[in-house]
Design a protein around this ligand. Structure first.
Ligand SMILES: *[C@@H]1O[C@H](CO)[C@@H](O)[C@H](O)[C@H]1NC(C)=O
Ligand SMILES: *[C@@H]1O[C@H](CO)[C@@H](O)[C@H](O)[C@H]1NC(C)=O
Ligand SMILES: *[C@@H]1O[C@H](CO)[C@@H](O)[C@H](O)[C@H]1NC(C)=O
Ligand SMILES: *[C@@H]1O[C@H](CO)[C@@H](O)[C@H](O)[C@H]1NC(C)=O
Ligand SMILES: *[C@@H]1O[C@H](CO)[C@@H](O)[C@H](O)[C@H]1NC(C)=O
Ligand SMILES: *[C@@H]1O[C@H](CO)[C@@H](O)[C@H](O)[C@H]1NC(C)=O
Length: 280
């Protein structure tokens, strides 16, 4: 008998508790919604201008927006009428935490004032102009090219992409340590006018940096890089030497004959001209 009664009482109290909880929940979602504080970007760098936007579902002309950093009220230009607050990130303490409040004395929905959840910015260093390093090894398959790219500064992770002229030739290579990104490829032949560069960027928006364009280097430590390209230069040298042989032969004979004809053993006036001819 006794246990039945207490069980019934227990059930009854449970249902009452649930009803109270349900009531609380409907009040929260329907009658007093919290605003949301956001920004175009959550990652910022020193000196950047950003806007905080306080948004709610149902807008009305009579709503007032209040912005706070911690518990400190930030006065807005337009005195709470705008849902946008502009600020400049000058130092670490400008990062947050921010929150906003909406209040409306007319609308029943926002009569109770509610705060948004906290919002923090994350401070990042922008990437510095990256440096591209190219090394080449001649293999049977062609030129084995290694591209290395590193940005000396900028918050990690940094994504690197390699370009030939303006076309990307590598995927984005993500580095979360400050070490060069590396990309290897083989080129069967070269026109000699290829130019490479790399891009470095991190999570900061619109802040990609590019290295200077670099051609394929002519010399490399080991292996015979670009032998094919050097061949024409070598041929030209050989041709020059061949062309010089007759000059070496003829010139002394011509000199001797001239000396005999002019009968002047030492003609300084003509010497520079002769030297000039010899060098041609
Ligand atoms: C940021 O805004 C200030 C004025 O509030 C302006 O002087 C400055 O040039 C702006 N900086 C950038 C990077 O837009
Ligand atoms: C915002 O930053 C403050 C101070 O750096 C920190 O205490 C707080 O937990 C952060 N809040 C959020 C939501 O990240
Ligand atoms: C390029 O890389 C090679 C090999 O790692 C290195 O010896 C050389 O110093 C680097 N050059 C530059 C300009 O970083
Ligand atoms: C790298 O960053 C530091 C501090 O952020 C700065 O002092 C330095 O000048 C930067 N160096 C380059 C090469 O950008
Ligand atoms: C690129 O080639 C170099 C030299 O052969 C090698 O040490 C390196 O591991 C290669 N890197 C990648 C990412 O394949
Ligand atoms: C970096 O690259 C990875 C894939 O490699 C990608 O998921 C990520 O979104 C990239 N980050 C940026 C800032 O571009």
């Amino acid at each position: 008998m006794m246990w039945k009664k207490s069980f019934l009482v227990f059930l009854f109290s449970l249902s009452i508790q649930n009803a109270v909880l349900d009531d609380d929940r409907t009040k929260k979602t329907d009658e007093c919604p919290s605003p949301r504080l956001s920004s175009q970007t959550t990652v910022v760098t020193k000196g950047q201008n950003v806007s905080l936007i306080c948004s709610i579902e149902k807008k009305s002309q009579t709503i007032m927006y209040y912005f706070y950093q911690g518990d400190k009220y930030l006065r807005t230009k337009d005195n709470g009428e705008s849902n946008i607050f502009n600020l400049r990130i000058s130092e670490a303490r400008d990062l947050g935490p921010y929150k906003c409040k909406v209040q409306d004395s007319i609308s029943s929905v926002y009569r109770c004032s509610k705060y948004s959840p906290d919002f923090n910015f994350t401070l990042l260093d922008p990437v510095a102009t990256p440096v591209l390093n190219i090394s080449v090894i001649q293999t049977e398959a062609g030129l084995y090219i290694t591209l290395r790219c590193i940005s000396p500064n900028g918050s990690l992770p940094i994504n690197y992409t390699f370009f030939e002229k303006n076309a990307a030739i590598s995927p984005a290579i993500s580095k979360d340590v400050r070490q060069p990104a590396e990309f290897n490829f083989t080129k069967k032949s070269t026109q000699g006018d290829e130019e490479y560069r790399c891009e470095a960027k991190n999570r900061l928006l619109n802040n990609a940096k590019y290295s200077q364009y670099s051609p394929i280097p002519l010399t490399d430590g080991d292996g015979c890089a670009l032998c094919l390209q050097l061949l024409p230069v070598g041929l030209l040298l050989v041709l020059k030497v061949i062309a010089l042989i007759p000059a070496c032969w003829i010139l002394p004979k011509y000199k001797a004959r001239k000396a005999m004809r002019d009968n002047v053993p030492e003609d300084y006036g003509h010497t520079p001209m002769e030297v000039g001819e010899y060098e041609k």
